[in-house]
Design a protein around this ligand. Structure first.
Ligand SMILES: Nc1ncnc2c1ncn2[C@@H]1O[C@H](COP(=O)(O)OP(=O)(O)OP(=O)(O)O)[C@@H](O)[C@H]1O
Ligand SMILES: [Mg+2]
Length: 282
């Protein structure tokens, strides 16, 4: 839900409002493309096709959406989905304010009215009765029916729905239904090739290119520990955080311990294995 209430009525909805909207920044959010995802996304936007971004944590999905919103000059509305998210958290609700009952648009409604890009992060976490709310927005109708007011909000030109999901986390019980999945164009994300990842880590942290490349080599070795039971392997985000600490003068072993190994596991054997890889690599 958006924080600030603006008084309106279902019969005469207020003009688009901006409290949940993030206007495109002046400068391009830094994003290094992996393949043709930028072109495909631009075509999808032009055709009003919703897009699903699939990939592990910290591999650039959110940064990509921020970059595309900037490219398209559209505001961005982001919602982190969770299993408590109700349909009204997306569409809006009636609230009592100072003795008046006022309708407050939720972020999805705000985005639809404003022609914004609406990014539903980890959509699979939301309940099914919440997810179905997006269905009429994702087909040719491009409308959002709001049961509680009787209003049928037509998505303004430029509106686009983007969802992300991490296939690794999904349990059988928490998969998206085919009726939801098949509404989206799906773009696969993964950790970038080593040279590109080193460039990203150096750019984002200010660490020199050689040490950024060494961190990426280390990450590749740690990613192999998956076979030894490491459930979560380091994404680019963890490398950036570690590189920032090193760039700020923290000793590399210490930075890797607190920013790379610690966030990945509590298992003493795996922590030892990672520490060995750190000593051997850096
Ligand atoms: N292709 C890329 N170009 C530029 N920066 C990137 C790229 N991929 C990853 N990064 C860096 O990694 C960080 C994490 O990426 P991001 O937040 O986009 O991950 P995500 O895929 O959205 O992860 P999550 O699923 O956990 O939300 C970014 O803040 C950025 O510093
Ligand atoms: Mg993200």
């Amino acid at each position: 839900m958006t924080a600030t209430a603006i008084r309106t009525s279902p019969a005469a909805p207020a003009a688009p409002r901006g409290e949940a909207l993030r206007p495109p920044p002046a400068e391009a959010p830094y994003y290094v493309p992996a393949a043709h995802e930028v072109d495909v996304f631009l075509r999808c936007h032009a055709r009003g096709l919703p897009v699903m971004l699939k990939g592990p944590t910290g591999c650039g999905k959110t940064r990509f959406v921020e970059h595309m919103a900037w490219r398209l000059g559209r505001p961005l509305v982001t919602v982190a989905c969770h299993d408590d998210l109700a349909a009204s958290d997306l569409t809006g609700r009636w609230l009592i304010r100072g003795g008046d009952t006022v309708w407050v648009d939720g972020p999805l409604t705000t985005a639809a009215r404003a022609g914004a890009i609406c990014y539903l992060d980890e959509l699979v976490e939301a309940r099914q009765d919440t997810i179905v709310v997006i269905h009429p927005l994702t087909d040719d109708r491009r409308v959002l029916p709001i049961d509680k007011t009787g209003e049928l909000v037509e998505a303004a030109p430029g509106f686009q729905l983007v969802v992300s999901y991490n296939p690794g986390y999904q349990h059988a019980i928490k998969d998206l239904k085919p009726s939801t999945r098949q509404r989206f164009v799906s773009l696969d994300f993964d950790y970038p090739p080593a040279g590109v990842e080193a460039e990203i880590v150096a750019h984002e942290s200010g660490l020199d290119r050689a040490r950024a490349a060494a961190l990426v080599t280390l990450a590749h070795r740690i990613r192999h520990l998956r076979d030894q039971g490491l459930a979560e392997v380091p994404g680019t985000r963890l490398l950036v955080a570690t590189a920032r600490l090193i760039a700020d003068g923290i000793a590399p072993e210490e930075a890797c311990r607190v920013a790379l190994a610690g966030p990945l596991t509590d298992d003493p054997d795996l922590l030892l294995a990672i520490a060995d890889l750190v000593s051997a690599t850096l």
